[in-house]
Ligand binder design. Sequence first.
Ligand SMILES: *Cc1c(COP(=O)(O)O)cnc(C)c1O
Length: 472
Amino acid sequence: MSPLHQSPSEKPGERTLAVNPFYGEANPTAGMTDAPPKHRLPDNPLSPTTAYQLVHDELMLDGNSRLNLATFVTTWMEPQAGVLMAECRDKNMIDKDEYPRTAELERRCVAMLADLWNAPDPSAAVGCSTTGSSEACMLAGMALKRRWMKKNADRYPSPEARPNLVMGVNVQVCWEKFCNFWEIEARQVPMEGDRFHLDPAAAAELCDENTIGVVGILGSTFDGSYEPIAELCAALDDLQARTGLDVPVHVDGASGAMVAPFLDPDLVWDFRLPRVASVNTSGHKYGLVYPGVGWVLWRSADALPDELVFHVNYLGGDMPTFALNFSRPGAQVVAQYYTFLRLGREGYRAVQQATRDVARGLAERIEALGDFQLLTRGDELPVFAFTTAPDVKAYDVFDVSRRLRERGWLVPAYTFPAHREDLAVLRVVCRNGFSSDLGELFVQDLNQLLPELRCQPHPFTRDRASATGFHH
Ligand SMILES: *Cc1c(COP(=O)(O)O)cnc(C)c1O
């Protein structure tokens, strides 16, 4: 990038730093130890090379995303996908009229997902891309709320008619956000004993005439387990038979809606269940696209009240849109279409199977170390949670998380919610690009840490909140 030595044309003294002039020139007027201000705009421009190097160097201290076993989000894509994304980074998804082919690719992705999730009439299903599952869940939740409001127009608003949404306590934080932002009461089914997700009967019991819907999670972020969606629908069918309450289900398939169709085709969780009104997924999780793209689909136009949909002009015609954002990048949608085209059903099956195999193999190897107990085994989402065995007293999961960091591995440790606050676990999320070779290196590193952990002095006073980097 820059010469290591001064060029022969320079006279001695003209250059003060012969060895590494690049860093010497970072701020020539102020001297090399003065960095530009970080919390106000600098007074003057920097050269692009200098600005680049400053930002680049600071980012070296970020973790390596491929070794980040905390995230569900795609950290590796084929180079061709990267090229397409670079080609599309200037395209705004909302400009349907200006970028009609990008808009068309979005529509094809929706149609492919409607087919994949067994919509009764895929051509009647409606859906859209979003920035991720969080936005997708907000849209699905808004549709549920609006449907309930219309059905209860004679009672709402009134103090007795406060809408509620039923869910497991293990929901991802986006559902708590949804309830907070849209003033919905969140009714959460607690964990109980070794049940770490929603119980269908307990969920049905929480429903009343103000319930806008029940959220079932295909792939809990806490432990990677699938919630029993078919049983949930059956419990709500039974509720309807007993009470007349007709409560729709939204499936939060942020991860699982792109795993189960390929690996568990006999598991009935999707639009095959008439009670399932809508489904979301994160294109950037097991949809295998870099962040941020998500999807939300409704089984038919009836499930999405039309007054929520805005109509934009599209090639002189009418293009319905439903989104929180206006502007949004088009590159991720293009990358999703590329991945659908590139892998097809068989390719997705192969990738997800390889990932599940890595997860199951790794879970078994960790169990075999003797110090740990598995909560889940990586056989639903390729994700598993484990904790220390009861006889392990010298260290806890927070110590393991911290020590793994020394080797570059990012593995979150966290405590469980209501009724199982006593339980602290480590969670490993396997993804495309986390090969069995890397998994082997991970077990070796963990195994090498154990002798030190077993004889570490204890107990420390630990600041648990800051010991982890868990984002659920
Ligand atoms: C990740 C996740 C979300 C949030 O999705 P983003 O794409 O990160 O916005 C919601 N629900 C579940 C179950 C998740 O795993």
